[in-house]
Design a protein around this ligand. Sequence first.
Ligand SMILES: Nc1ncnc2c1ncn2[C@@H]1O[C@H](COP(=O)(O)OP(=O)(O)OP(=O)(O)O)[C@@H](O)[C@H]1O
Ligand SMILES: [Mg+2]
Length: 337
Amino acid sequence: MSEKLLEINGLRIEYTSENGPAKAVNGITFSLDRGQSMGLVGETGAGKTTTALSILRLLPKYTAKVTGGEIRFDGRDVMSVSEAEMRAIRGGRAAMIFQDPMTSLDPVITVRDQIAEVLLLHREDLDRANVDAEVGRILEMVGIPAARMHEYPHQFSGGMKQRVMIAIAIACNPELLIADEPTTALDVTIQAQVLSMMRRLKRELHSALLLITHDLGVVASICDIIGIMYAGEIVEFGTLEDIFDPEKKHHPYTVGLFGSIPNLTMDAERLSPIPGLMPDPTDLPAGCSFGPRCPHYDPARCGSTDPVGSAGTPTEIPIARKGQHQIRCVLYADADL
Ligand SMILES: Nc1ncnc2c1ncn2[C@@H]1O[C@H](COP(=O)(O)OP(=O)(O)OP(=O)(O)O)[C@@H](O)[C@H]1O
Ligand SMILES: [Mg+2]
């Protein structure tokens, strides 16, 4: 058993679209140790869900294509394992909590049957007579009374549906849990409850966690390492301490993300969302993808903000590194971090 549970190396993913290939993921590299938790943070369209789906080989078959790089789960090349082996990994050794509970909970099947299905598929040790007891135990782990197992998803509140999704995902005690914006659709109080439950589950299950969110506040309470994603690239990576230390150097996009977090001491008027929008993935700039929105943009070093098609060859942006901390920006050399 290797210490590294998940390794992603130079991963590239494109979707076919009417305007040509949409480059959703553009050469990302990171790895996750057993039991470690990583936050993948970025605005809408950054490529977070695309990355997550690729790990479980759940990308849409005909419109998405992995065009480069590799994904290894416990040393196995995810792209080349058989469909049968992939089914055994999915929902068993690795499970995903999706962005929208209603798209992945089956409305006409009771919660008990949805959890039991996962158990019977992946837990050969489990005696059929003990399934109800096990379903009840798992529901109570996520804070739902076992007595409610015979109800249907629509009988639960939004926060509880999210908990049911988490229950299904943890039913097999996965080595890797991928949670895609698990709290975005919930109101703030319920969000806090679900997060504190996830923190507890992380301690109890020893699973590795890949937590996807656009909210830096969410990762601060759970994650050991953080990747900041922009236009399909990881522009900054580091430990929680690296990313949250205002004394350390940061990518201008990370600085922008922190500027857009509301907090209690700051009134809404002082909030400064990053101006502009993420580039269109069918029309990425030839230079740094963040260039068009960056306060430090310098055409001589950062490359053209025009699309690759009209501006010629792409400009390679260097990555400065110190320990685990990495920033992909021309502002820094290794010595600066
Ligand atoms: N099925 C698809 N076909 C074509 N393009 C797609 C498809 N799914 C996603 N994309 C495009 O790929 C890019 C990345 O999308 P993705 O869903 O991975 O972003 P995300 O970071 O998860 O965003 P969000 O925070 O809104 O969930 C976007 O530009 C999106 O429009
Ligand atoms: Mg998403």
